[in-house]
Design a binder for this molecule. Structure first.
Ligand SMILES: [Fe+2]
Length: 283
């Protein structure tokens, strides 16, 4: 019995140690979207999806992240929220540096706020407004806006930023459909191939009902510990073994790619769930 307990304790220590190391093992994860609804003009293009950075650096000034992006040469970059933690004004330095460096890559960058950017609104409204201004100056900030591509009018990136109360299990009473209709009508993008950039994948069925073709999101961090078949161990809504903690999923006609995230907060561990730059290519 004593040997068994010692072995168990050693295993927990070993796994925690590895979980700490894995936080730094940034890798590229690839997905391919092959679908009859993909316009020919989008085939061969590639999107880099970055999510949940939470002010984390991979190497000095995120050198590993940027080396990866330069090597991958994406046509578009999507930031699906939680660049910061939303606690202190000093976090803006991280965000501003990231925006400037992304801009220098000379590809369109589309950014939608996550729950942690929304938290900043409650903690420091002036910092929140500065973040918005700086993001608009350097990137395409898509908080409830759409952007029809200049070089490809058949494709639009649409960003939905959700209110904080919708991150706690509320389905919004039709808010997603109403908001989507307003955005699409205002931007005249209803007939486009619509790529939704939204932080929380939880409302996947509502996004699909609203007519999006592809949904790019994050938020769940792969469940911190990711076990094949079972899924992510923990989710922000405290579901155990969430199968939609990351990866590729289909919901009706809509395809979804959920990033496992680049950073972390609160629990500094990732197990079988390395931080990832997600590359999506179209066929
Ligand atoms: Fe989040």
């Amino acid at each position: 019995m004593g040997i068994l307990i010692t072995a168990l304790i050693s295993l927990v220590f070993l796994m925690s140690g590895y979980g700490f190391i894995e936080l730094k093992l940034l890798k590229v994860k690839r997905y391919e979207i092959s679908d009859t609804s993909v316009p020919d003009s989008l085939k061969g293009k590639r999107i880099a999806l970055l999510s949940d950075l939470h002010c984390i650096y991979h190497g000095k000034n995120n050198i590993r992240l940027f080396r990866m992006l330069k090597a991958e040469k994406p046509d578009y970059i999507v930031l699906s929220g939680d660049v910061i933690n939303g606690v202190e004004r000093s976090e803006l330095r991280y965000a501003f540096r990231l925006f400037r460096r992304l801009k220098r890559l000379n590809v369109p960058v589309f950014y939608t706020f996550g729950n942690h950017e929304e938290k900043l609104k409650d903690n420091d409204i002036r910092a929140y407004r500065r973040l918005k201004r700086y993001a608009r100056k350097h990137l395409h900030l898509l908080n409830n806006r759409a952007y029809r591509l200049e070089d490809n009018s058949e494709v639009a990136f649409v960003g939905l930023s959700l209110p904080l109360w919708m991150y706690h299990g509320h389905d919004g009473n039709g808010l997603i459909k109403r908001r989507t209709d307003r955005i699409l009508d205002r931007s005249d993008t209803r007939d486009c191939y619509k790529i939704l950039v939204v932080h929380d994948p939880e409302h996947m069925d509502k996004y699909a009902e609203s007519g999006y073709n592809l949904c790019l999101s994050g938020h769940v961090h792969g469940g911190i510990v990711y076990l094949p078949i079972l899924g992510g161990l923990i989710s922000p809504r405290l579901q155990i073994f969430n199968k939609k903690a990351k990866g590729y999923h289909e919901c009706g006609k809509m395809k979804t790619v959920i990033s496992g995230g680049i950073g972390w907060h609160d629990i500094p561990i990732r197990l079988f769930n390395h931080p990832e730059v997600v590359m999506i290519s179209f066929r």
